[in-house]
Each structure stands twice: as C-alpha cells, then as structure tokens.
Design a protein around this ligand. Structure first.
Ligand code: ADP
Ligand code: ADP
Length: 227
C-alpha cells in the first residue's frame, strides 16, 4: 500500500501544486487521480517515484518512508507510462520493451522472450516487434509503453494520461486491456486522467482533486458525490 500523509508540494516559484494531500492507495487496485488541468495530478504521481520531492509531509510504501529506500530500487518497483509513450525512437519495439530487463542483467534471449510474452499480453501482433516507434499508430505506441513498463514485473504502475492522445475507439480498447491486465496480474495502479468518464470506468477508487491541489473526495466510483 502507498500512503500519502499530508503531502504538500510548493515549487521554487511559490506555486502550490499539491496542498496537504492525504491518500491511501490500496494494493492490487486502480486508484485514479482526476481533476482539471493544473490541479497537481502529475506532481502527485512524480512524488510517488521521487522524480519530485515533497515540500512537506511524507509518502510511505508498505509502511516505509520512500526517502529511506535507494531511488533506483524504488523506481524499478514502479513502471511509468506517459501520454505519448516516451518510447526510445531509435530502438525497435522489442528492444524498447527489453530495455529494463537488459539493464537488470537478463540475457538477450531471456529479455526478448519476455518482450514477446508482453506484446501478446498487451495485444500487439508479434510482427510489429521489429518496427520502430514512428511506424506504429498512437494506440500501438501506448501498448508498447505499457508493455515496457511491465517488463521487469514491478508491483506498481504509475500512468500519466496514458490514453489521452488516442482516438475514443482505440482508447476504449486500451482501457479494456488495462482492466484485463490489472485483473490477471494484480498490479497496484495509480492512473492520472482529466476525463471523469475514464476515471469512473477504470477506478477501483477515484480521487478527485480540485484547483490548488486539494483533495475534494476519494471514493469508489459508485459513491462519488456529484461535483
Ligand atoms: P496536472 O497534472 O493536474 O495538470 P501538474 O502537477 O502538472 O498538474 O501542475 C500543478 C501546478 O504546478 C500547475 O499550476 C503547474 O503550472 C505547476 N507546476 C508544475 N510543474 C512546475 C514546476 N516545475 N515549476 C513550477 N510550477 C510547476
Ligand atoms: P490509429 O487509429 O491507431 O491511430 P493509424 O491510422 O495511425 O492508427 O495507423 C493504422 C495502421 O497503420 C497501424 O497498423 C500502424 O501500425 C500502421 N502505420 C502507421 N504509420 C505507419 C508508418 N509510418 N509505417 C508503417 N506502418 C504505419
């Protein structure tokens, strides 16, 4: 479980991006952070993997302050997926997915086998493995991004508007895949979106943020109060 305790982020220019946010993110669930642009969603996600340090408050992972763990180990336990996939442009699909396993010292053969397995899991045809990212559709790139984030089997996935740049029909397919992956693999997912429909569709729990980085409510979708 990830637990945020009264976390505030004030950027050096004085902007308060997140204001005394307390949130519990249960294991093996999808917690969605939703709210308008600028309400602190990305900042919150980045504090969880220490790309951004809180100004106040603390974040616990399984009861341990994340500042007490080596940052590399922390990030290896958290796959990260962003809006335009952020794939390495000069690496093929297979090599993109195999990057982290290779860094962890897996043999080339084992890393490639893992990539093939993950391509199947995210619904990518094996024939796409030798392509480069620019040769894929937006939806396919996002699938590669998800596969890459899953490659070293991290318990946590942090997803920042991963499906926002693809058209609605493709997005629905990606959402279905994510729900299936979550169900099969039991990952702990923190999912950022500005789309309330997406939040309700995906979230085990939905945390609604409002301007100024304050938490308005956090509840299962069926219990969300009309805003
Ligand atoms: P969201 O993901 O909900 O759009 P962000 O976390 O990106 O929100 O941003 C929250 C607020 O913090 C915004 O007002 C944004 O302009 C500001 N902000 C984000 N990053 C920085 C930064 N590096 N320096 C100063 N302000 C920032
Ligand atoms: P989407 O609706 O998912 O955005 P696109 O219209 O972008 O799909 O792509 C449709 C198909 O064309 C996909 O199977 C994609 O792999 C293929 N494709 C797109 N761009 C290229 C390219 N530059 N080279 C080869 N195939 C491509």
């Amino acid at each position: 479980m990830i637990r945020m305790e009264s976390v505030t982020k004030r950027y050096p220019d004085g902007t308060v991006a997140v204001d005394r946010l307390s949130l519990e993110i249960p294991d093996r669930s999808i917690t969605v952070l939703v709210g308008p642009s600028g309400c602190g969603k990305t900042t919150t996600l980045r504090m969880i993997n220490r790309m951004v340090e809180p100004s106040e408050g603390r974040i616990l992972l399984d009861g341990v302050d994340i500042r007490r763990q080596p940052v590399n180990a922390l990030r290896r336990s958290m796959g990260y997926v962003i809006q335009n996939a952020g794939l390495f442009p000069h690496r093929t699909v297979v090599d993109n997915i195999a990057t982290v396993p290779r860094l962890l010292g897996w043999s080339r053969r084992r890393a490639r086998a893992r990539a093939a397995e993950l391509m199947e899991r995210v619904g990518l045809d094996a024939s796409l493995g030798r392509r480069y990212p620019y040769q894929l559709s937006g939806g396919q790139q996002q699938r590669v991004g998800v596969a890459r984030a899953l490659a070293a089997d991290p318990p946590v996935l942090l997803m920042d508007e991963p499906f926002s740049a693809v058209d609605p029909v493709v997005r629905k397919g990606l959402q279905d895949e994510l729900l299936r992956i979550q169900d099969e693999l039991g990952k702990t997912i923190v999912f950022v979106t500005h789309d309330i429909d997406e939040a309700v569709r995906l979230g085990t729990r939905v945390a609604v943020l409002r301007a100024g980085g304050r938490l308005a409510q956090c509840a299962p979708p069926a219990e969300l109060l009309a805003a």
